[in-house]
Structures are given as C-alpha cells and as structure tokens.
Design a binder for this molecule. Structure first.
Ligand code: UGA
Length: 436
C-alpha cells in the first residue's frame, strides 16, 4: 500500500520506517527540512534502538522516502498524522496547532476514498472537530492512537499489544477498518487484537492508558513517602504487592518519578479537557499524581544535600543519567536533568554524564558541565547520583572501581536500581528513594 506519515518525530519517523519494513511504500513528511535531509540520508535524527537499521533498509529498498513538501502525500491511500501535541504555554491544555496545521495543509491533496489516520495524542473531541473538512474531500478520518514506548518504539510499532481504531458510524467507517487491517497485516496475522470504537473512545483510550500508568508510578512513589517516615522499604513493598496478578510489578518502580514527552503533558491535558467538559472533578486525582511526581524530584535533591552533611555548596556531584529513561536520548521533562539543575542552583559542582542524551542535555542546559566519560565523571566526586537506570550504571558499574575514582563513597540511587547490598559491601553509604 502507499502511505504517507505526516510528522517525523519520535512517533512519525519510527512509524514510517516500520511501515516500510512490513512492505508498504511510505513517504514521511515534515516541515523541518534539516530533519528531512537527515532522514533522507539514512540518519536517525534521535536515538531509538533499531531505527537506524530500519531506515537504511527502507531507503535501500526504494519503499521509504522523506519530503518536506506536503504534495508528496498525494496518491497515498492512508495518511497518518503523527505530529506533536505539546503542553500549551501558560496552560495545562494540549497545543493542537501542529495537528490543525497538518490537516489543513493535507486537505488539498486528499482524494475520495483516502483515509486520514490520526495517531497524535489529542484531547477527546478533536477527531469530531476535524472530521467535517476531511469528509468534504471524500476522504474518511479515523483515530488510531499510538502506544509505543520510547526505547522500544520499533518493536511496539511492528508488534503492538493492541490496535485501536476510532471510526465514524456507517459504511465509511467499516471500509476504513478494512483498509487499516491491510495496513497492519503483519500484526493482525499474529493475532494482535484490533478494537474498533467511536472517535471519542479511541481518543480516551490513549489518554486514560497514560493516566493509569502515571497513577501507578505516583501510587508507589506515595508509598515511598510513607516508607521514608516509617523505615519501611518501598522496593520490597512493590515486590510483595506486585505478586498479586491484579496489581502486577511493572510500573511500580519508585524513584524520581516520570518524565518525558508524554505522561506529564498528557495527564495535564486530560485534566484541562475534563474541566472544559465540566467534569474536572472526575480526574482531580491526576493533579495529586502530578504533585506526588514532582515532589520526588525535590526529595532526591534533599537526599543529596543530607548525604553530604547539609550543604552541596562546592561539592562535586556526579550525575549519572540525563535522559528521561534509559534507551532514549529524549530529555523532554527529564526528572534526571531537573534534579541536576536544582543541585546546580544550590551551588553544587554538577557534572552530568549519559550514554546518549548529552548533546540534547547540553543544548537545553548549557549552565551544567557534561562529561561523556563515566570514569572522568566519577573521578573526584563527593557524591554519586544515579538518575537514569542505564545498564552502564545499574549492572556494569563496579562499586569497587567507582570507589577508587570517587573522593567520597556516597551514592544516592534516584531510581532504586543499584544493588544496595553490593554497594554497601564495597564501603559506600547508600541512599535509596523510600528505602531505609
Ligand atoms: C509512555 C507510555 O508508556 C506509552 O505506552 C505511550 O505510548 C507513550 O508514553 C506515549 O504517549 O507516546 P514513554 O513516555 O516512552 O511511554 O515512557 P515510559 O516507559 O512510560 O516511562 C515514562 C516515565 O516513567 C519515565 O521517566 C520512566 O523513568 C518513569 N517510570 C516508569 C518510573 O518512574 N517508574 C516506573 O516503574 C516506570
């Protein structure tokens, strides 16, 4: 099939390359010419495991191309909209400027029978609002939310755990579902469930899934706060409650909390939309979820300060991690960098390292010092602070080696990802989040 993907960021670039890898002819379109030049030359514009290989193979096969010209979308049968929906300045609501602009500029190239498939995360009601202008061209709008996780985006796109398609009532909706079955033929063949809904449900599936995940993380972080005043250990607590299959251990990782380009802005946009709908009270708890999450960053700062005797002024803090999570170079709303910036503000001599995110971090926070080499980062440190659980720190960093480089043996584990017993055995004072 011939597909266009509008927006070539973390979602769109992966979607385009993944669709080409399963046999479709795909053109990725973005207004950012530098990004298009990079993609066209076979370079992934961000770090995502497996993407580079997929891009190269797609370009070589002749089935994948990129363009900054919207007319390249003409004659594609399905047009995916994968542009960003960031938080608006000065408000919790989502900024739909990019979605609206993408649809507006696509309209002249739509043909009767085309499908426009929205993938961006949008406030409920957006598809209903966009549908009339698309329907007027003879095309059909569906909403097909994306559930990929950064770091696993390629596998999540090719083999998702579910497909959701919100369609209009009637024949057009039914036909569109058949077309999407063809698009996702490989996933459907391996029994991936395809759930067909109306527009509103499909939009809500996406935001409620992220709201649930954020709530789960903040729940365990709230337990960490209680653990801190009772001497309990939140990681043991999570293990124990996680054995209950109804609860499950995943996303019960207490630490400095969630960040990234999705969970924080999605729960805020959800609150804002619920307020608009007169149902703010239904999701009032999301404000608590957000507040608990942000408190954990401050708690990490406090732990570092306490660990060095009450003031970080002039203390060298080696910050291990900048990305909002491992396997990603994404620093959007990264709790790791937020903690680093706060410590810098308290007068600490902060040095940040990260296997992939240093360039992005440097651009966003030029006031911090960055060091690609882990040994040099740790050398002379008064305190080690682990804030992104890369394997390089979690598994591969030997506490005895680290002890020979650092000035003091003090480690603050902002992700509860180190083996505390091993670090203590090597003479380190170990401080976890919600752990004695
Ligand atoms: C999230 C969702 O997991 C995806 O399903 C969704 O498609 C995506 O948002 C999106 O809306 O596009 P992502 O932002 O890539 O994916 O990252 P997650 O793996 O969800 O992690 C989010 C944050 O939560 C990270 O900062 C991570 O460190 C933190 N986290 C995760 C915890 O603090 N504890 C945990 O136990 C798990």
């Amino acid at each position: 099939m011939h597909l266009s993907v509008i927006g070539c960021g973390y979602l769109g670039a992966v979607h385009a390359a993944a669709m080409a890898s399963i046999g479709h002819h795909v053109v990725g379109i973005d207004v950012d010419e530098a990004k298009i030049a990079q993609l066209s030359a076979g370079h992934a514009p961000f770090f995502e495991p497996g993407l580079q290989e997929l891009l190269e193979a797609g370009l070589q096969s002749g089935r994948l191309a990129f363009s900054s010209d919207m007319s390249a979308a003409q004659h594609a049968q399905v047009h995916f909209i994968g542009v960003g929906t960031p938080q608006q300045r000065g408000s919790y609501a989502a900024d739909l400027t990019f979605v609206d602009a993408a649809v507006e500029s696509l309209l002249p190239y739509l043909e009767a029978g085309d499908i426009v498939a929205g993938k961006s995360t949008v406030p409920v009601g957006t598809a209903e609002r966009l549908a009339p202008s698309i329907t007027a061209t003879g095309a059909t709008l569906v909403w097909n939310p994306e559930f990929l996780r950064e770091g696993f985006a390629v596998v999540d796109t090719i083999s998702p755990d579910r497909l959701v398609v919100g369609v209009p009532a009637g024949d057009d909706g039914e036909k569109a579902v058949e077309v999407l079955r063809d698009v996702y033929h490989t996933a459907i063949a391996s029994d991936t469930p395809l759930i067909v809904t109306d527009y509103a449900t499909s939009e809500l599936v996406k935001v409620s899934a992220n709201a649930f995940l954020a709530t789960k993380i903040s729940f365990i972080n709230a337990m960490a706060e209680i653990a801190e005043v009772t001497g309990a250990d939140v990681t043991q607590l999570a293990d124990a409650i996680g054995h209950d299959a109804r609860i499950g251990r995943r996303f019960l990782g207490a630490g400095i909390g969630f960040g990234g380009g999705c969970l924080p802005k999605d729960i805020r946009a959800f609150s804002a939309r619920a307020e608009e709908l007169g149902r703010g009270e239904s999701v009032n708890f999301l404000r608590e979820v957000d507040a608990i999450n942000l408190r954990r960053r401050e708690r990490a700062v406090q732990l570092v300060v306490e660990s060095v005797g009450g003031s970080v002024f002039d203390k060298r803090v080696a910050v291990l991690g900048a990305a909002f999570k491992p396997h990603s170079d994404d620093i959007r709303d990264s709790p790791a960098l937020d903690v680093a910036v706060r410590l810098h503000g308290l007068g600490a001599d902060v040095v940040v390292t990260d296997p992939e995110a240093l360039e992005n971090a440097r651009r966003a926070h030029p006031q911090l010092s960055f060091e690609p080499d882990l040994v040099r980062t740790i050398t002379g440190a008064d305190v080690l602070l682990v804030v992104t659980e890369w394997d390089e720190y979690r598994r591969e960093l030997d506490p005895d080696d680290a002890a020979s480089w650092a000035k003091e043996r003090i480690v603050v584990d902002g992700r509860n990802c180190l083996d505390a017993t091993r670090w203590r055995a090597a003479g380190w004072q170990y401080f976890g989040m919600g752990r004695p």
